[in-house]
Design a protein. Structure first.
Length: 201
């Protein structure tokens, strides 16, 4: 039974990636954005608005990062026709220099009497078709991720209260709350450091 479950795990994870990937991403976003939502709540904003603004700030940072990355890519895309022409010229020069190999291959084929093989071309979906098929899934996963992240960030205060106000295990509750705060602070500091290093590069 255990071996069967172990062998089925990759298939279950690949099929369930539509749910698992947004869930894991939402948990990471919650850990990263909860300190920012806490700071906004300390300023006096309601929890709902603080959670929404933290997520909105993250989306703004992602949009700025994508703009910074895509701007050079768009300018490079404008140079693609000239690059293709240069590659074509180099390929023609190389093909002209290696024409003797093609002649030698034809002579060997004539001497051996090998018939020319038939070439089979399999038509696959074009890049545009693949993009059209993938877009609804990606949009759904992104929306699901941000919705789960918002609700998890918004619920952070209630979870902490529940941990702290459970009087039967007050010591364990206090320790769990400290661990949760410590994990949030360390992960947020790590991701901020990585982001600043990448921004500097």
């Amino acid at each position: 039974m255990a071996v069967g479950l172990f062998l089925a795990l990759p298939f279950v994870l690949s099929i369930g990636s539509v749910v698992f990937l947004p869930l894991v991403t939402a948990i990471i976003l919650t850990i990263v954005l909860s300190p920012m939502a806490d700071r906004l709540a300390q300023v006096g904003l309601p929890n709902f608005l603080a959670s929404f603004l933290a997520l909105l700030a993250f989306l703004a940072i992602v949009a700025l990062a994508l703009t910074a990355v895509l701007r050079p890519a768009v300018s490079l895309f404008d140079d693609v026709p000239a690059m293709i022409d240069r590659i074509g010229e180099h390929f023609e020069n190389l093909q002209g220099a290696l024409v003797w190999v093609s002649r030698l291959n034809d002579q060997v084929a004539r001497i051996l009497g090998t018939p020319e093989g038939q070439q089979v071309v399999l038509a696959g979906p074009s890049m545009l078709e693949q993009l059209a098929f993938a877009t609804p899934t990606v949009v759904l996963e992104v929306l699901l991720t941000f919705l789960m992240a918002f609700f998890m960030i918004e619920a952070r205060v209630r979870v902490r209260r529940r941990l702290l106000l459970d009087r039967q295990h007050f010591g364990a509750s206090l320790k769990a709350a400290r661990v949760m705060r410590d994990v949030q602070d360390r992960v947020a500091a790590y991701i901020l450091t990585v982001g600043l290093i990448n921004l500097g590069i």
